[in-house]
Ligand binder design. Structure first.
Ligand code: GDP
Ligand code: ZN
Length: 322
């Protein structure tokens, strides 16, 4: 039997597509032993996926077109989200974790100045998701050529001051593209964006060989466009990969406790220790240093509102709150 190492680049229902070390692509199934792990985890209501895009694996080659994944190597990290609500879940708020991609360095959160409108709450939610997985968030504001009164500098400065890499791009005018190309080199980079922001156009400008379908403007709210495929990894060179997420429309962080959420808002960090209660959620508690900082305008109302917004969704997550 021949065993070759590789990396999962695409998953379609029960088919796992692996890029082998010899650069061959091969369709694989999972060895039976993993199915047992799967059902076990299912009873514990945790992770939905045994293997994910970006996983390093070992493949038992059955023939030249088909293999069996016999080993899944330990992940360095992974980007996950709360799985979309499952019909008939027994308890209110019961949610699974779904892995979007494994072994990731950078997350590029692609947004746009307009069509759809810039959505800072959404960006903050994705930043928290990335940070909670030890992945570096980067923010792209695309369609900078279409700036209809949108205060691009206000938002740009806010995120730059927080220390996140920020890129203004125009996929149509090909501006800001080289800056991104430089930072993704040698890394595994996930691109995520709301439908219509120009993520496909941007990836195509970065790597024309990707050749993603770009939608007509009117299509951007069409929810049925992508069905089974959720993430696709493309190896650019030996050390650089990018992962597109066409099927991932919503991302909500998984498994964060209410009392920990503030730690994922970078500018809250230096105040949190001064809150009177160490379980402070920075909402109604007396002597809250975060609220004091908000009143002194050391924390912006925009970010605080994002925090409140997320805090509410975490309350649904009965599972993780005592
Ligand atoms: P996706 O859904 O995020 O992958 O978005 P697409 O790449 O399919 O683009 C959605 C629409 O926005 C298409 O009509 C693109 O031509 C347009 N678009 C993408 N990037 C830009 C940009 O930088 N400027 C302008 N003006 N339009 C863009
Ligand atoms: Zn507080």
């Amino acid at each position: 039997m021949i065993f070759i190492k590789g990396k999962i680049f695409k998953i379609e229902s029960k088919d796992y597509y692996v890029l082998l070390e010899n650069n061959q692509e091969i369709r694989c199934s999972l060895k039976g032993k993993f199915k047992k792990i799967y059902s076990l985890k299912k009873n514990k209501l945790s992770i939905l996926d045994v293997a994910a895009v970006g996983d390093f694996v070992e493949v038992e080659i059955a023939d030249k077109n088909y293999g069996v994944i016999s080993t899944i190597y330990e992940r360095r990290n992974y980007l996950s989200r709360k799985a979309p609500k499952i019909k008939g879940a027994t308890k209110r708020g019961e949610r699974f974790e779904q892995i979007i991609a494994a072994n990731v360095d950078n997350l590029f959160i692609v947004s746009s100045t307009t069509s759809p409108n810039f959505n800072n709450k959404l960006i903050d939610r994705i930043i928290v998701t990335a940070l909670s997985s030890n992945i570096k968030p980067n923010i792209v504001i695309n369609k900078s050529d279409l700036n209809h009164g949108f205060d691009i500098n206000f938002w740009g400065n806010l995120y730059s001051e927080l220390g996140y890499n920020l890129y203004y791009t125009s996929a149509t005018e090909k501006s800001g593209i080289d800056e991104i190309r430089n930072v993704i080199h040698g890394k595994t980079n996930v691109f995520w964006g709301q439908s219509g922001v120009g993520k496909s156009s941007l990836i195509n400008s970065l790597f024309p060989e990707f050749n993603l379908k770009v939608s007509k403007i009117s299509e951007y709210s069409n929810k049925g466009r992508h069905t089974t495929v959720t993430s696709i990894l493309k190896q650019i060179d030996e050390t650089t990969a990018i992962i597109d997420t066409p099927g991932i429309r919503e991302i909500e962080p998984y498994g964060i406790r209410k009392k920990d959420l503030g730690h994922y808002f970078k500018e809250f960090e230096k105040y949190i220790l001064d809150c009177k209660f160490n379980t402070c959620t920075h909402t109604h508690e007396p002597k809250c240093a975060v609220i004091a900082a908000l009143k002194n305008e050391e924390i912006t109302i925009e970010r605080y509102e994002s925090y409140l917004n997320l805090l509410e969704t975490i309350e649904d997550d009965m599972f993780f709150n005592d």
